[in-house]
Design a protein. Structure first.
Ligand code: GLN
Length: 548
């Protein structure tokens, strides 16, 4: 029997529902339960794949090739599990499915309505993963209680609670308790209103998690409990944490998992085993050295656009006992005149994934800088494609080399649209998506890093290295060290002899977790550490003896 926990949010967005859900899931998993998390998003797009990062942050891709909300990345990173297409559902997908059924005649004679047809579809999808034998399914409801768009989801939760025994389906409500500086007081009124609004929709929270900048006193917890009609022990403080990875431990101190299990009427459970997690956190919070990595991208003003890359650096930094400072460098503003000045002082350089022409020249200049200066370089997807273009232009001397994505008529299309993409016209879910195998050549840097010949990584792209140029590129010294065994598509390029220069057509950042930091990130940070140490030694040597 699967039990259900719904997580709703009140007062404002960006309270960290995804992190609280993932933290609760982690605590339950650490107690031996089989747990998964899913997210139901109220917007009308069928998935976030067509959304600009400015709208929605990063688009996270699952093994099975679904383009999903970035919270699924947190779920995977916290739980060390794979999520699927079924773990992220939007209003758009619900309506698409109901309308398709209507066209097929499934409701012949009936008026199709929000209740019951839309809510039935939502409920069915909320319970879909139960066939995989989960003890507990956590469902995060996107948006904020009170949004018009969220109403059918809240109604579906109401119906499920009505249909199921009380102890099989509970609601955790995440809310904000703001601190008013002028009054020197924490305020509970927004929480009361948000709970009231949800109650008007027929759903009453079993547990209230309060985001707060200041500690919640016992009195304040009692006040929230009284006004919101929950027991005082069901009011949980969620204070600001030093790292998102500290949140499971803060939630454990507040006994969130214990009260959840009590409400679910699960009476026997082992102590949580968080040894690996705590070991990771200790290293993360007490680094022994620092490296600075330049992140060359065009969405750098957005915290969420490169979420998985930033998290992968956190995992890789911890295992290297090293703080990774990611310095954002806007590719649009890198020019031949200022490239040295902009990139000097970095210990490594990552050229980010992306689409379209904006900022491309800056990315190519950054690759050239890293290649020529022996600076550790890591190119991901578009970043890898830019490394191929840079090599073709500056080493092969094909001065017009480009990608047909940016220059459709280029004389030397070293990056070209994949054959299978040429007839594709519709946009949603039509890229090369999800996990594909890659065979690595022995004796290469990639082999040294992965330690195996056969790997599988996730993809999200339409363009590829044009194999017509492969021989020339390889003869000039760029090595294709990993290829797809069926299609020969180049997956990894590297430059032998360079301290660390690697470009990958896939997205390794999507598979980095706390328990399994991605080897490419781990080795890249290691190379950056070595670069920084060399720099320090040289700096020491160049100083007059009496000053050292
Ligand atoms: N725009 C490039 C392509 O579609 C790269 C995509 C990416 O970086 N994810 O091939």
């Amino acid at each position: 029997m699967t039990k259900y926990i719904f997580v709703t949010g009140g007062v404002t967005s960006s309270l960290g529902k995804g992190i609280v859900s993932a933290s609760l899931a982690k605590l339950l998993q650490a107690r031996g339960f089989k747990v998964t998390i899913q997210k139901f998003d109220p917007y009308i797009n069928v998935d976030p794949g067509t959304l600009n990062p400015y709208e929605h942050g990063e688009c996270y891709v699952t093994e099975d090739g679904a383009e999903t909300d970035l919270d699924l990345g947190h779920y995977e990173r916290f739980l060390n599990i794979f999520t699927t297409q079924a773990n992220n559902v939007t209003t758009g997908r619900i309506y698409q499915s109901v309308i398709n059924k209507e066209r097929e005649g499934a409701f012949l004679g009936k008026t199709v309505q929000v209740i019951p047809h839309i809510t039935d579809e939502i409920k069915q999808r909320m319970q879909l993963l139960s066939t995989f034998g989960y003890d507990i399914i956590i469902t995060e409801i996107g948006g904020t209680v009170g949004d018009i768009e969220s109403l059918p989801f809240i109604e579906a939760v109401r119906q499920l609670q009505w249909e199921m025994p009380d102890e099989d389906c509970i609601v955790v409500h995440l809310t904000l308790v703001p601190y008013l500086k002028a009054a020197k007081e924490l305020k509970t009124k927004p929480t009361q209103h948000s709970v009231k609004m949800m109650s008007e929709n027929g759903v009453h929270p079993d547990i209230i998690v309060c985001r707060t900048e200041q500690p919640l006193s016992k009195e304040l917890k009692s006040k929230i409990a009284l006004f919101c009609n929950v027991k005082p022990e069901a009011v949980i403080e969620a204070a600001d944490a030093r790292s998102i990875y500290e949140v499971p431990l803060l939630m454990q101190e507040e006994q969130l998992d214990v009260i959840v299990l009590k409400k679910l009427n699960i009476t026997w459970f082992p102590e949580p085993d968080l040894t690996v997690w705590k070991g990771f956190l200790a290293k993360l919070l007490h680094p022994k050295s620092t490296v600075t990595i330049g992140l060359i991208g065009k969405y750098i003003e957005l915290q969420d656009a490169y979420k998985s890359i930033l998290e992968a650096f956190i995992h890789a930094g911890a295992i290297n006992e090293c703080k990774v400072v990611v310095q954002d460098v806007h590719s649009e503003f890198i020019t031949p005149e200022n490239v040295d000045e902009k990139l000097e002082g970095l210990d490594g350089l990552l050229v980010a994934p992306g689409f379209g022409l904006r900022g491309i020249d800056g990315k190519i200049l950054a690759v050239q800088y890293a290649r020529e200066k022996g600076l550790p370089f890591f190119g991901i997807c578009l970043g890898m494609q830019m490394s191929v273009i840079e090599y073709a232009r500056n080493v092969l001397k094909l001065s017009h080399a480009h990608s047909t994505e940016m220059d459709a008529g280029t004389k030397d299309p070293v990056i070209d649209l994949m054959e299978g993409q040429k007839s594709v016209t519709s946009k949603g879910g039509t890229m090369r998506l999800g996990a594909y195998p890659c065979k690595i050549q022995k004796g290469t840097l990639a082999y040294e890093i992965y330690g195996t010949e056969h790997i599988s990584e996730r993809h999200r792209h339409r363009w590829e290295l044009n194999n017509k140029y492969l021989d020339a590129l390889q003869q000039a010294g760029l090595k294709a060290s990993g290829t797809n065994p069926e299609t020969n598509l180049v997956e990894i390029v590297e430059i032998p002899g360079h301290p660390f220069f690697i470009g990958v057509q896939y997205h390794p950042e999507l598979k980095s977790t706390v328990e399994n930091p991605h080897p490419l990130f781990v080795h890249f940070v290691k190379a950056a550490k070595a670069f920084a140490a060399r720099k320090d030694n040289l700096a020491g040597e160049s100083l007059p003896n009496e000053l050292v």
